[in-house]
Design a protein around this ligand. Structure first.
Ligand code: HT7
Ligand code: ZN
Length: 871
């Protein structure tokens, strides 16, 4: 499989001035006719090559004239015309098979609905085309289908014609006036219900909003529609960006490789990110719906109006749009809570990626399969890189940069450098030094040390940075690290920061842009504690030698809520790693009462937002702890965390029980952030009470399950019960199944919760669930719920000492690779961690991975992940 390199980028030799497509839809044999107005670009010579895969070419003409057999060559990857004229219309007719398309790229069927997924390179599975993001065209699309099977026919842009064709068929013609790359093309056709509303833009234009769903699901669209209208308003208010067409459609389908897709005016969503009501969706589901509806809508400007020159620039649209959706959620909900959740996610997904065999820069330099680069680095670290620019320039400076970016590049396909240049030029700043954040992989580690001198009343802070080598990048350079910080006095009060005689107030941003930086703060008359990287101002790992007392001081008094949370997490991490060491040495682990008391103070501090309290008293995950040690002591980490959870549950049981009772809802479900925060704290209390695994705890969880009137509470109770073998567990799982067996989305929760159970029979149960009538290897949500949750959400059972977890997952990934390589490769990434494990497990995991790598006919997607993971 060939490697594609950024350094080999060449501009396209032909432009496509206009595209007319017509589809005759039939499940196993859809005909696609394409009329392409092709023009050779100035100064370009050479043949015209169009991408095309899995297409059955039926006819080809140039300006209406059939081509002789020698005039073109068809291969498995495309079509080449050796002597194409400089300006002509190319017409092709191909036959494709949507039913056979289990890859879910190109045109496929989801529960009988025709739909497309073209990003990144799916359009070439629909017709022959220069399928690259820097070829922009206007599209006119005619969709024909049976009135019975496809009463609704949708594509991008405006509906310009609609007619009955007789013989039970009809057609619709759609025109999109905005030039777009092929990856933003979309078509949907089928039996769909709609949920409708309107939005009036800031210039007074009325936009028709429609969410299309499988029959019967329209009542579950209210929250998504509300989120869409709030997104449209927020983009106007915060970024001055207005929607540009009179119609905006969203379609929710059950089978989708990712979360959603921003096709121009026809977003396609995984139904789990649209459908919600209190009985079927958790608060986390509601928050995801808001974030993803926002994300796809915001792409209309950051991605669609200004797109990527090539796929190496993917973060140009994704990092920026994630930053925008994070800001949207922060403005809609609690900013502090959102920041903590985003950092948790970054640490859970991006930090391990950056430290493993698949590490790559935010702007990668090469790839074998672009689908493998829709990663946490491109998305989440990319958003952090934008966030740092926002912090450097301030909100006004950043908005000036955005304005210039759109003035310069609307309607173009551009690069990350173009984005930084707009930011720099709009603010009269030289940002060259910032660019290595795009090109250097790996997470910088910043080590802090400090010394207070009572005589001179100075506190000397030293920060040092280093980045470990990553595959293909041995040498690392110092990056510009903006470190927002303050000093918290031993009395808990913030100190004034005086540097070089200058009073900077209570907080400043230090710029660590060399290997090391030393600052001497003056007038510090007590042993103040540095509070560093407030708000997670840079995506780094911070190593700071806080004592237990200093951590407790910051947990209780840091004015920055993120830093308070972080102080607790770092304290808990140190404590748990100490317990792990004890367990490995067969010593009784030491449980730190001071730590539990500090947790207790946060738990009962009613001046704090309940959502924040819930996060602040949640221990770091097993995966996060595993990241902190080599080799990873899988069993001891699990054991230490369970013991500490149990000790917290027992020690704080009175406060936990009281809070659990006090925080009860008034019976009316409100999906808003405040009510969700109360439910979060209440359920965290329940989970700690359940950690004791006593008969009383099980009874409490079962009662909570039985009387739950919303999915958040029901799932929290079920999560406790699934960890406790016994009749209550089985009764609750059976009840859940019977209540929701007809609901595709909710059944994913049922699969996932069982796959994540720490009980010893989990693997057997997961294997049995493969035969459940609702499970299908052809449905990505089901695969992710059952196999993905086992591999990624159940460290103790996935890493079973006999290798049974690895063997099971690899067997299923070999099977899945033949059906859906993109989803298989994504799950395979977890096998890259084998080097971090103790020798026995490392050998078992590596052997399983090698077995997959040697499989005949393995896809390019899985080959790339397996080869890099084994290298
Ligand atoms: N831009 C979209 C990415 C996406 C995607 C990529 C590859 C294969 C399937 C896909 N479905 C969606 C989604 C987004 O980031 O907004
Ligand atoms: Zn996106």
């Amino acid at each position: 499989h060939a490697v594609i390199r950024l350094s080999e980028y060449a501009a396209p030799s032909y432009a496509v001035a206009g595209v007319a497509l017509s589809f005759d839809l039939a499940p196993t044999g859809t005909t696609v006719r394409a009329d392409l107005k092709i023009e050779r670009s100035a100064g370009q010579t050479g043949p015209l090559t169009l991408d095309g895969e899995a297409l059955d070419l039926k006819s080809i003409t140039i300006d209406g004239q059939p081509l002789g057999d020698n005039a073109y060559t068809v291969t498995e990857t495309g079509l080449t015309l050796a002597d194409a004229p400089s300006k002509f219309t190319l017409t092709t007719e191909v036959l494709i098979d949507p039913v056979e398309n289990t890859r879910l790229e190109g045109l496929y069927q989801s529960n009988g609905i025709f739909c497309t997924q073209c990003e990144a390179e799916g359009f070439r599975r629909i017709t022959y085309f220069p399928d690259r993001p820097d070829v922009l065209s206007t599209y006119r699309v005619t969709v024909r289908g049976s009135k019975d099977v496809c009463p609704i026919l949708l594509s991008n842009g405006n509906l310009v014609e609609q007619r009955d064709l007789g013989d039970g068929r009809h057609e619709a013609v759609w025109e999109d006036p905005f030039p777009k790359p092929s990856y933003l093309f979309a078509l949907v056709a089928g039996k769909l219900d709609s949920y409708e509303d309107t939005f009036t833009t800031m210039s007074g234009r009325k936009v028709d909003l429609k969410i299309w769903v499988e029959p019967g699901n329209a009542p579950y669209c209210a929250y998504a529609m509300d989120a869409l209208k709030r997104s449209m308003k927020w983009d106007e208010d915060r970024f001055g960006l207005e929607y540009d067409l009179d119609i905006f459609n969203i379609v929710a389908v059950s089978d989708f490789n990712m979360g959603a897709m921003e096709n121009k005016s026809l977003n396609v969503f995984n139904a789990k990110y649209i459908l919600a009501d209190p009985e079927t969706a958790t608060d986390a589901d509601y928050a995801n719906i808001e974030a993803i509806v926002g994300h796809e809508y915001f792409h209309n400007w950051t991605g669609n109006r200004v797109t990527c020159r090539d796929w190496f620039q993917l973060s140009l649209k994704e990092g920026l749009t994630v930053f925008r959706d994070q800001e949207f959620s922060a403005d809609m909900r609690s900013r502090a809570v959102k920041r903590i959740q985003d950092v948790r996610m970054l640490r859970a997904r991006q930090f391990p990626e950056d430290a493993g065999p698949l590490a790559h820069p935010v702007r990668p330099e090469s790839y074998m399969e672009i689908n493998n680069f829709y990663t946490a680095t491109v998305y989440e670290k990319g958003a952090e890189v934008i966030r740092m620019q926002h912090a450097l320039l301030g909100e006004d400076g950043f908005q000036k940069g955005m304005k210039l970016y759109f003035e310069r590049h609307d309607g173009q396909a551009v690069t990350c450098d173009d984005f930084v240049a707009a930011m720099a030029d709009a603010n009269g700043r030289d940002m060259t030094g910032f660019k290595p954040w795009y090109s250097q992989a790996g997470t910088p580690k910043v080590t802090a040390s400090w010394r207070h001198d009572a005589t001179s009343k100075t506190l000397t802070l030293t920060l040092t940075q280093a980045t470990e080598p990553t595959p293909g990048q041995k040498q690392k350079q110092a990056l510009p690290i903006p470190m927002r910080m303050g000093l918290v006095g031993s009395d808990g009060k913030p100190c004034n920061l005086i540097l070089d005689g200058q009073d900077l107030g209570a907080e400043t941003v230090l710029m660590l842009d060399e290997d090391s930086l030393t600052c001497v703060f003056e007038g510090v008359d007590n042993a103040a504690v540095p509070s560093l990287n407030r708000g997670f101002s840079a995506p780094i790992v911070l190593k700071a030698p806080y004592s237990a007392a200093e951590s407790i001081l910051l947990m209780g008094h840091d004015p920055d809520p993120f830093a308070r949370w972080e102080a607790g997490q770092q304290y808990a991490t140190a404590l748990l790693l100490g317990m792990v060491a004890d367990l490995r040495e067969k010593r009784e682990p030491v449980l730190d009462e001071g730590f539990i008391a500090a947790f207790g103070r946060i738990l009962t501090d009613s001046s704090l937002d309940p959502a924040f309290r819930s996060l602040a008293i949640t221990l770091p995950s097993e995966d996060y702890l595993a990241e902190q040690m080599r080799p990873v002591a899988v069993d001891e980490i699990h054991e230490a965390r369970q013991r500490l959870r149990k000790a917290i549950g027992e020690t704080l049981s009175r406060d936990l029980s009281r809070l659990h009772a006090e925080l009860a809802d008034d019976g009316r479900f409100d999906p808003g952030a405040d009510a969700a925060g109360r439910r979060a704290l209440r359920n965290t209390a329940l989970i700690y009470l359940g950690a004791a695994e006593t008969p009383e705890a099980v009874t409490l969880a079962k009662t909570r399950y039985d009387i739950a009137d919303n999915m958040t509470d029901r799932m929290a109770a079920l999560a406790v019960l699934t960890e406790c073998a016994g009749p209550e567990r089985e009764a609750a799982l059976a009840d859940f199944h019977d209540r929701f067996k007809d609901d595709e989305q909710v059944m994913d929760k049922w699969f996932a919760i069982q796959a994540m159970s720490g009980l010893p029979d989990t693997l057997d149960r997961v294997k049995a669930l493969l035969d459940h009538p609702r499970f299908s290897m052809k449905k990505p949500n089901k695969v992710r719920a059952l196999i993905g949750s086992f591999a990624m959400g159940n460290p103790i059972r996935f890493h079973a000492a006999d290798g049974s977890g690895y063997d099971f997952v690899i067997d299923k990934l070999i099977e899945l690779d033949r059906l859906n390589p993109q989803v298989a490769a994504r799950l395979l990434g977890t096998f890259g961690q084998w080097r971090r494990l103790p020798a026995d497990r490392a050998r078992l995991m590596k052997t399983a991975l090698e077995r997959l790598a040697e499989t005949e006919g393995l896809s390019r997607d899985s080959t790339e992940i397996a080869t890099k993971s084994l290298a």
